[in-house]
Ligand binder design. Structure first.
Ligand SMILES: Nc1ncnc2c1ncn2[C@@H]1O[C@H](COP(=O)(O)OP(=O)(O)OP(=O)(O)O)[C@@H](O)[C@H]1O
Ligand SMILES: [Mg+2]
Length: 510
């Protein structure tokens, strides 16, 4: 006899349907899995055999063939243990269930029959729902993220016996649903707040602009000037996330296995700060068992690269493409995968190896050659992709001592939200959400300059020796500054402030 059970697998951040066909026939005892399984899928047979024995089902000495359809995509991972086991049990007639076609089964088995948590449940359940599947049996530990998919009946199972009992109608599993409304109505608190930072008003202003327009940012300053402290507070002033963004973020973390086990959805903007020893694969994604990298884990949030020149040059260069495209494509033998990565890059660095070049506090002990070599670790093209460059000087002692309470993140965030609202209204109906994403055609349309402004930009261009890319970046930042001021036109003061955020190129890199 032949039994057919539905399951799901993953391609990039999308789930796709896999039909598990099982045939248990009389013949020389053997077991074959066909349909391009990789090693982890082939190993399913050992786990399934042991799990069946341990739930009291005698595995027959027969010829078992498992086919995973469609046969033209490579199947990876342990997702098929549960559907294969269910298929075999159906074939052996331990399960009598008329509506098996309404179900999708996803889960890895332990030898004792326990169903283990797996990665990527959310995108798989979303796709199952899109395909019109009504019911999903998922590992108990994945119930919260699966329960987010409204309209899909989610049945969390702890063991294979639970599944058998449920399908036979003996002891039905209770349906699980996550209360998405409640998750979003909770006030989202961030660990760090800008009110802890004394003084540094100009830097906070620059970070506010960065947050308002989604611009990448580089902080340059001496040790202890507060670069790390400031960068860590950035997520607290970014606009609140929408349900759609939250789903996109959670999908990626679900696949990567970085979703905290007690959370159904990620309802805050991610902040990723990989160490500078990170490999290029860990940064952009990929690997023999492909996973999203740090840039994708920072999707709709912040990627913080502290001590930028310490990163391997190769790691930084592979980020250039994704920084422009907001997605990363990974080539594999079995095809290509795409992961989204729309993140804000915040980088910090010292201006030289000793850290005090250009500092008023302490004398720099580096030779010009050492400084050039150090700064040269950041390539021009990468630098060009960073809209805002900020010089951070240490806060004055009097400011540190003062009792005066600095502006809170909440107040700053209100202004950011207003500027973002103007942008979303302006770019309605396009893929663009903020000024940082403007295409050249849109820059021409939305960042028009008056005569006086044009002259200022032209002279700044000659004075600072800027590249064509810097030109469009200045216009985008000026657009954001005008939006923060609630101004329809980009005026002289907006443009002048935007130009100032590119003037460090000349000081440190010429
Ligand atoms: N403006 C400030 N207000 C309050 N505390 C500050 C401020 N600036 C610096 N500090 C204090 O100094 C510490 C060091 O700052 P931080 O680690 O951010 O410096 P940094 O610029 O990243 O230095 P490094 O280049 O060595 O990494 C902070 O943890 C904080 O306690
Ligand atoms: Mg630091």
């Amino acid at each position: 006899m032949l039994s057919k059970v539905k399951s799901m697998s993953l391609m990039g951040v999308c789930g796709y349907l896999v039909e598990v066909q099982v045939d248990v026939a009389y013949g020389i005892p053997s077991w074959d899995v066909v349909g391009l399984p990789d090693t982890s899928v082939r190993e399913a047979k050992e786990r399934v055999r042991a799990a069946l024995r341990n739930v009291g089902i005698d595995f027959p000495s027969r010829k078992v063939i498992v086919n995973l359809a469609p046969a033209n995509t490579k199947k990876e991972g342990p997702y098929f243990d549960l559907p294969i086991a269910v298929g075999i049990i159906m074939d052996l007639e331990y399960i009598r269930c008329d509506n098996i076609a309404e179900y999708v089964f996803i889960g890895e088995l332990s030898l004792d029959g326990k169903i283990n948590k797996i990665n990527g449940i959310l995108p798989m359940c979303i796709e199952a729902y899109n395909l019109g599947i009504k019911k999903a049996i998922v590992p108990y530990e994945n119930r919260k993220e699966a329960g987010v998919v409204e309209g899909l009946e989610v049945y969390p199972a702890k063991t294979l016996s639970d599944v058998i009992e449920h399908l036979n109608g003996g002891r039905p599993i209770e349906r699980y649903q996550t209360d998405v409304q409640a998750l979003f109505s909770n006030e989202r608190k961030y660990e760090f707040d800008f009110s802890d930072v004394k003084g540094q008003e100009s830097i906070k202003r620059a970070l506010e602009i960065a947050a308002a327009g989604g611009h990448n940012c580089l902080l340059i300053g001496s040790p202890g000037s507060g670069k790390t402290m400031l960068a860590r507070r950035l997520p607290s002033i970014l606009p609140d996330i929408t349900f759609k963004e939250s789903l996109e973020i959670t999908k990626i973390h679900s696949i990567a296995g970085t979703l905290p086990s007690n959370e159904a959805l990620i309802t805050y903007r991610p902040f990723r700060a990989p160490h500078h020893t990170v490999s290029s694969v860990a940064l952009v994604g990929g690997g023999s068992f492909p996973k999203p990298g740090e840039i994708s884990l920072a999707h709709y949030g912040v990627l913080f690269l502290d001590e930028l020149p310490e990163f391997k040059r190769n790691s930084l260069e592979v980020m250039r493409g994704p920084l422009e495209d907001n997605q990363v494509t990974i080539s594999r033998v079995s095809g290509t995968l795409t992961y989204p990565c729309d993140f804000m890059l915040i980088a910090s660095m010292n201006p030289c190896p000793c850290g005090y070049y250009g500092s008023k506090e302490k004398e720099c002990t580096c030779t010009p050659n050492q400084i050039t070599k150090y700064m040269g670790k950041i390539s021009g093209p990468l630098l060009d992709r960073i809209d805002i460059h900020i010089e951070v000087s240490p806060v004055k002692y009097e400011k540190l001592e003062s009792e005066e309470k600095a502006e809170s993140s909440e107040t700053i965030k209100k202004r950011v939200n207003n500027a973002r609202a103007i942008q979303s209204q302006r770019y309605e109906g396009t893929d663009i959400i903020c000024n940082a994403g403007l295409t050249p055609a849109m820059i021409n349309k939305y960042c028009k300059l008056g005569k006086e402004e044009k002259e200022i930009l032209q002279s700044a261009f000659q004075r600072l020796g800027l590249s064509a890319r810097a030109h469009s970046r200045i216009l985008k930042v000026a657009r954001t500054i005008a939006d923060l001021a609630g101004s329809e036109e980009i005026k002289v003061e907006h443009l002048a402030e935007a130009i100032q955020y590119r003037s460090l190129d000349r000081k440190y890199w010429s």
